[in-house]
Ligand binder design. Structure first.
Ligand code: S3P
Length: 449
């Protein structure tokens, strides 16, 4: 039985999500699973497409972003069976064999699709590619991958001095290089590692701190030779590589679990078990911060599944306290800052988030989006140039808010609404389907009167 607390109103392509907790409040409970990890899903589709032989993917995220990756690689000749969570079969076409697509490749909303794919396109000699995305993606910086690729000899053209999509790429035989990235970005790192696969010699990237390492893990599982120096945050791929199709089991996405970790922490009398969540240490900043804030989260049944650590997470509500989130922690929770801002609104004291200017160039300007929308509900958040100052403890009141068409903003606002008085209506809530198509049905399932 769907809960009457959560209702969805469809307009042509847009949805308003309304959340009306009863005046006495609600609680959050039950046992849930979250959909497959978005980063791992993209990588499994891409490596499956370019490897030799067959790759099977279990637990693939069926969100809009991996669908964009699948359709781009299908347009370049990869055979991918209909997407489902049980088993997707990718018939690899072998490294270097991506075909020149007859039309523009469209990464739609997905930064991971366009940035990682560019490394492959740039290194496919004598083939011509054009790539675009939706209005959000067309405004996001691409020079962070174009510049280091050009250093390797890539030929890429784009709007605004080669910095914005649509982009045109003429594939080249690239030369190896050592790139020192000014930002810790797994998209930049992965783009260059993929470009290095067909480049003779050593392609190295050094980042200021460690970003998520799913590419390194999966490339090694597919047979690529990597050298990893954890001290200097450097990764080298030795090309030319050979990749062999594998079985990939995608764990649940900790970035999706984050919404429920915060929901069950801030909504009184809640207890939730979230099964099968990826706990790769490059992604668990959210767990460390919630622990610092006093949350009650237990990791149960820890195991390793096709090279990635996994656990079930049990969370019970607790009064949270403020904390400071900055430095090397930021890349390890980069996608969780909007939902951590919601946690901070209900915490005692003032939470400071710094070193997070990257959030301004995500699917939306996430610092501006979360601050303005939570403030509309009564929060007291001040935007900093590279973060947020959040004065906790003021009760929220339901009102009309907007997702900015950003999936993580839509879902963060929905969790804030669980603890607000009265009805909150989130406009353009359909954005949640980018990374979490079942978000609303899970929300309905966990809400208890
Ligand atoms: C991702 C890397 C991160 C993250 C994004 C997914 C990836 O982006 O925000 O959601 O799969 O590599 P950056 O590399 O821009 O930090």
């Amino acid at each position: 039985m769907p809960s009457p607390i959560v209702t969805l109103h469809d307009a042509i392509a847009q949805q308003d999500l309304s959340i009306s907790p009863p005046p006495s409040g609600l609680s959050v409970g039950g046992k849930i699973a979250v959909p497959g990890d978005k980063s791992i899903s993209h990588r499994a589709l891409m490596l499956g497409a370019i490897a030799s032989g067959e790759t099977t993917i279990e637990g693939l995220l069926l969100g809009e972003d991996p669908r964009s990756t699948a359709s781009c690689f299908q347009a370049m000749g990869a055979e991918i069976s209909p997407l489902n969570t049980e088993k997707v079969i990718v018939k690899g076409i072998g490294l270097g064999n991506l075909q020149e697509p007859q039309d523009v490749l469209n990464a739609r909303n997905s930064g991971t699709t366009i940035r990682l794919m560019l490394g492959l396109l740039a290194s496919h000699r004598d083939r011509f590619f054009t790539v675009t995305g939706d209005s959000s993606l067309r405004s996001r910086p691409m020079s962070r991958v174009i510049k280091p690729l050009q250093q390797m000899g890539a030929q890429i053209w784009g709007r605004k001095d080669n910095s914005l999509a649509p982009l045109a790429v003429r594939g080249q035989q690239l030369k190896p290089s050592h790139y020192h990235s000014p930002i810790a970005s797994a998209q930049v790192k992965s783009c260059l590692l993929l470009a290095g696969l067909m480049t003779e010699g050593k392609t190295t990237i050094t980042e200021p701190s460690l970003s998520r390492d799913h590419s390194e893990r999966m490339l090694q599982a597919f047979g690529a030779q990597l050298e990893i120096d954890p001290e200097t945050h450097s990764v080298t791929v030795i090309g030319p590589a050979t990749l062999q199709g594998q079985r990939v089991i995608v764990p649940g996405d900790i970035s999706s679990a984050a919404f429920w970790l915060v929901a069950a922490s801030i909504v009184p009398s809640s207890e939730l078990l979230i099964e099968n969540v990826g706990i790769n240490p490059t992604r668990t900043g959210i767990l460390e911060v919630l622990e610092m804030m006093g949350a009650d989260i237990r990791l149960e049944n820890k195991r390793t599944v096709t090279g990635e650590p996994v656990a079930d997470l049990r969370v019970r509500s607790r009064q949270l306290k403020a904390c400071t989130i900055e430095g090397n922690l930021i890349p390890r929770l980069i996608d969780e800052i909007p939902i951590l801002a919601v946690a901070a609104v209900f915490a005692r004291g003032t939470t400071i988030i710094r070193d997070a200017a990257e959030l301004r160039v995500k699917e939306s300007d996430r610092l501006a989006a979360i601050a303005t929308q939570l403030n509309r509900m009564g929060a007291r958040i001040t935007e900093l140039s590279d973060g947020l100052e959040i004065a906790g403890g003021t009760p929220l009141k339901g009102t009309e808010v907007d997702s900015y068409t950003d999936h993580r903003i839509a879902m963060s606002l929905a969790i804030a609404a669980l603890n607000a008085q009265g009805t909150t209506t989130i406009h353009r809530a359909e954005a949640a389907a980018i990374s979490y198509p079942e978000f609303v049905s899970t929300l309905q399932a966990v809400c208890r009167n």
